[in-house]
Ligand binder design. Sequence first.
Ligand code: K7E
Ligand code: CUA
Length: 654
Amino acid sequence: MSLKRFRNLIVFSLALVLMASCGGNQNGSKGPLGAGDAAQKVYVAPGEYDEFYAFLSGGFSGQLSVYGLPSGRLFKVIPVFSVDAEKAWGFNEETKPMLETSYGFVPWDDSHHPELSQTNGIPDGRWIFINANNTPRIARIDLTTFETVEIIELPNSAGNHSSPFTTENTDYVVAGTRFSVPVPQKDMAISEYAGNYKGILSFVEIADDGRMDIAFQILMPGYNYDLAHSGKGVSDGWTFFTSYNTEESNTLLEVEASKHDKDFIAAVNWKLAEQFIAEGNYEEMNSPYLRNFYDEGTQMASTEKFEKVKVLKPEDCPGLVYFLPTPKSPHGVDVDPTGEYIVGNGKLSAELTVHSFTKMKAAIENEDFDDEKYGIPVLNFDATLAGVVKSTGLGPLHTEFDDKGNAYTSFFISSEVIKWKVGTWEVLDRVPSYYSIGHLMVPGGDSKSPWGKYMLALNKITKDRYLPTGPEVNQSAQLFDISGDKMQLILDFPTVGEPHYAQAIPADIIMNNSKQLYKLEENHHPHAVMSEEDTKVIREGNVVRIYLTTIRSHFAPDNIEGIKVGDEVYFHVTNLEQDYDVPHGFAVMGARNSELLIMPGQTETLLWKPQYEGVIPFYCTDFCSALHQEMQGYIRVSPKGSSPELKWSVGTYE
Ligand code: K7E
Ligand code: CUA
C-alpha cells in the first residue's frame, strides 16, 4: 500500500471511531450522570473532608494540581516546572534557582506522571515525584508543605517520558528517554539515526530524606522508551520499560514506526545493575547536569553542578536487560499488585498482551531466546506470555488495578474503559468515557495495595461536556464508582492543564502531617528579622537591602526614603505571624516580577529596580484582616546621582 493511502486509511478509521464515540451525544444524552444516587456518592457536605487526595499532573502547564475525591474539589495548584506569579515561584530570589538547568533558566515544562513514594509497595504520602518531558528533569514535592523541594536534571536523556516510576521501597525512581539522540550529544546527520542514536534509561536514587542522585544510566538501542513501571513482590528488583520505534526510523514515525508487528518491553534487572556498578563494570561519561534543592531551614534554593554519570552498557553486562516482544507499539506497561503480571498496552491493537514474570525468569534460565538486539537477548514471545485480553476495544493505553483482582484499561480510540479479570483475562464490564481517555487512575492502583473504590478517567477531549469557553475547553476528568460489579460514572470535573497520569491516597495518610506554619525560631533565612525592632535598610553601593516584617495589619517599616533610580533593591520580607493560614502578600508598583506570598514564619525576597523618581506604594495582596486594605507603605525614589539620606520608620511622623 502506498504511504499516502495507508495514512488516509488510518485517518479514516480514526474519524469513524471518533464519530461513533461522540455520536451518542447528539440526542442530548450525556451518559448516565445525573442520577440522584450519583450525586449522593460525590457529595461532601460543607465543612466535611474528602476521602482521598488526588494529584493530577498538569501536562503542558508544568504544574501539579491537588483535588479531593470524591468531590472533585480543587485544593491547590503546585507550581513545579513553571513560574507562578501567585506564589512567586520562580520570581522570588529564594526559588529562582529551582528552575536552573544546564541550558539556563527554563521556566516551563511538560509534566505527565506524578508518582507517590512507596514503602513496601504501598504509597506512603511522604513525597510525590513528577517528570519533565521536554528539558529532562524530575521534581520531588514534599507532602508536608505541598511545595517542590528538589529538581534534578537528567543528562543524556531527551524527552523524559517513561518517568518517574518508583521501586517498591522508593530506592529509585526511573527515567527513560522518549527520544533517542547521539549519546553523548554531537553534530551528526539525522539520516544516520539507525544504529547510532541511543536511548538512555536513568535510575535516580532516593535517599532516606528524599534527596535525589543519579545512581547510573543504561545505554540502550535507539528506540523510543515510552512508559515504565517497576516490579513489586515477586518481581521486585526489576523495572519494565515499553518501547516503540524498534524500526529505528527518524521520519514519519506514524507510519515508519508502525511496521513491526511487535516492539519490546525492556526488562531491566536493577539489583544486578547495582552489582555491576559495585564491581566497577561501567563507563564514566562526561555529562554535566544540575540539581536544585530548596532548604526548609534557610528557606532558600541552591544549585549544584555535577559533571559525570556512570553508564552501563548491556552488551558488557550479561543479564542486565532482556526484551519481551509485545505487539503493536505498546504505550503503558503496568504491573499487577502481586508483581507477577506485566501488562503491555499495544496502542494500535485491540488486545492486551500479558507477560508472566515467572515465565520470563524460566525463559531466561532456559535461554529461550529468539533473537538478539545490540547484545540484548530477545525472549521467545510464547515463552513469557501469560494471556491475552481480547477486549474488542481499540487503542489500549494504560491499565490500573483494584484490590479484588480486577484490572481497568483505558482505550483511547474506542473511548472507553474495560474492566477485566487478572488471571482469566475475561472482560467483565465496559463503560464509555467522554471523550478519548488517556490515563486512568485507581487510588494506589499501580501499587501492591490499591484502594479500589474509585477510578478516575483522564480524558483528552472535552467538547460538549461544559459551558463553552472559546476555542479551548479544559480537559476533563471523570470519576467512576468501581465498588460494585459494574462501573458507574458519578462525576465530571474540569482539570488544570492536561493531566496525563494521576495518583491518589487516603486523606488521613497526608493530612495529619500537613505543616500549619513555619516556626519563627526555626527560620534560618540569612535575611530574616525576628521583630519589628530589628527591621532596617542597608546600602552597599547601589545594592539596597530592605528588611521588612508583616503582622496584621501593617508593614514595618512602612515609610522608606533614600532609594535612587538605578538602585538594585531587595525587599526581604519576614511574616511574623504564627497562626495557621495567615499569609501576607507584598507587591510594589512597577516591579517586573510578581507579588510575594509569605507564609507565617517565612522570609521571601523580591528584587526591584526603581526606574523613575517619585513615591512608590507597596501593599499587602492577601486579604488578611479587617484592616487589610490599610496594610500599605511608601518608598521615596530620588534621582540617580543624588545623595539622599536613608530613612525608614513606622508609626512616627517627622
Ligand atoms: Cu499521556 Cu503517560 Cu505521557 Cu499515556 S502518556 S495518555
Ligand atoms: Cu496582610 Cu493583607
